[in-house]
Design a protein. Sequence first.
Length: 661
Amino acid sequence: MEFQAGSWNNDWTSFFRFWLTVLLSLHMQFTPVYSCPEECRCEKTFVYCNERSLTSVPLGVQKGSKTLFLHNNQINNAGFPLELHNVASVETVYLYGNQLDEFPLNLPKHVRVLHLQENNIQTISRGALAQLAMLEELHLDDNSISSVGVEEGAFREAVSLKLLFLNKNHLSSIPIGLPADLKELRLDENRIADIDEDAFQNVTTLQRLLLDGNLLEDGDIAPGTFQDLVNLKELSLARNSLTTPPPLLPGTSLTKLNLQENQVDSINVAAFSGLKKLERLDISSNQLQFLPPGVFDGLRNLRYLNARNNLWRCDCSIKWVIAWLRSLPSLVNVRGFTCQSPERVRGMVIRELTLDAIECPAGKVLHPWPTHSYPSTLSPSKTSIITTPGSAHLITISSSAFNPTSANPTTPVPHFPLLPLPPYEDPLKMSFHVVNSTCIDISWESYFTVTAYKVRWVKMGESLTSDITRERTVPGYQRQLSLTNLEPRSLYRICVYVLDNLNTYRPGEDTICSEANTKSSSTYSESEQSSQQDNTSTLLLVGVIGGAVLVVLVTLLSLFCWHVHKKNRSLSSTNWKFNRGRRKDDYCEAGTKTDSSILEMTETSFQIVSLKNEQLLKEDFGINHIYSPNGGIGPRDCHISNNRIGYCKSSSVPSVDFCST
């Protein structure tokens, strides 16, 4: 039995080993084996061969790899092995920052995204692009590609190409034969100085075209060049040398037009007339001084207008712009309409100008300007009456459609006919009270309900430019504000702006501005004068009381000193006192009961003074210096003739007898 059990166990072990070997063989047969080039690092479908100083694409890129990183190496055009073209799984290849001078061959045949920027590519052949039938996105920016280096119709071979980046190259014209399905074309920062009328003839699907930073001047763009681009949504012509917008712009789908940083000094009244879907217009950094009336009338979907850094002249010709700006809906964001001349209004926002600020030629009368009726200028549940000579039209505006705080921002603004209204009247009125030299109280009245107001005040200089601008946002229910910490005897310009629920300017509502001078620092209000008088009276009373107390204290101190001095004199008449000091007026007094004479001795001399008109006593007196002028050692008794005793100094000072008869 034991033998049979052992034999049974051995049979089961062999059986399990057999099937395990079979399963492992099947797994190795049907499971793909991924290998990685020894120069690279692989992770799932990513092959990282970047920044390894490679001069050619390494061998061993296996099927299943989707993204190949080869950027920032030293790969040249001879470094692409034929087997790379057959790796059909690769869809994205990064080859930027290498040493390519031609468009490379033998790239993976199914690549969709190819990055070749920052090389030195100069030529592009049709055969190279014909190998890439599935290529959709091609980056060739920042190379050395010229117009003669591109074979005619080369890009047309890439039949699936949607995005083509050729910016920062040496192109002098648009490449001939662009792919028919191209959606985006970047040609900015080249040397393009001429665009033929048929340059974009077959590219009807193009949606984004960038031509910034080229050498385009007036006449270099043939009329009708962009007319066939019926799907074009963005056209950028910034940083060229245009003096006027190109004619016949594509108006079917265009939503963004960039004309900034040119030399545009005039715009034809019909330049934008066909751009019915245009939402963003940039005419900043040009030479514009004025605009023809009605140049923006066709821009019914305009949402953003940038007009900064122009030479706007604020005279009679700007009057229609003020009316147009004040009639715009709140959804329209306009920036940069600031006066540059004449000097008296330099730096002022055009929309804030009043009739008094506008200068006109002699003899020309400036009448109040009309405006157009847009929903944002009306209060909820109000009725707007639009009149024309000989007729009247009534339009009722509901609050749900045009309440700026509840309207949907994406809802398009209804189109209204541009009919003149009666003379314009400010919906805001402001008044102010100059409190003192550093404070101004302002208040305003509004004929409509808004979310918030922005109050801005600025100190004006000699050229009406601001030294310091300050502002404060207040809620819509507040109609009063005190401006503090102002400078005395200064001119301040104060403006009240209407804001919407996003705290942005509401161009549809009006803005009111006024100017006020603060008082001199020596001028006070009645309350300040009264307060100053009270303070003066209080200080005067305190001064009188303090002075009286001081007089009493001085008097008491004088009496005390006199009493002490008198007491000391009384004591000195009975006691002999000697005070030795360094001053020359130190002295001592001495006397006897029978003698009324006073012996006064100073440091350098002595004398006998008679206090009565009597003859001196007939007794003999002998007097010596007690101390010499330069000091000494102490006195001693010395005997003089006739048993008289005097005061003598040390033996070094000879005694001198002074006798009287």
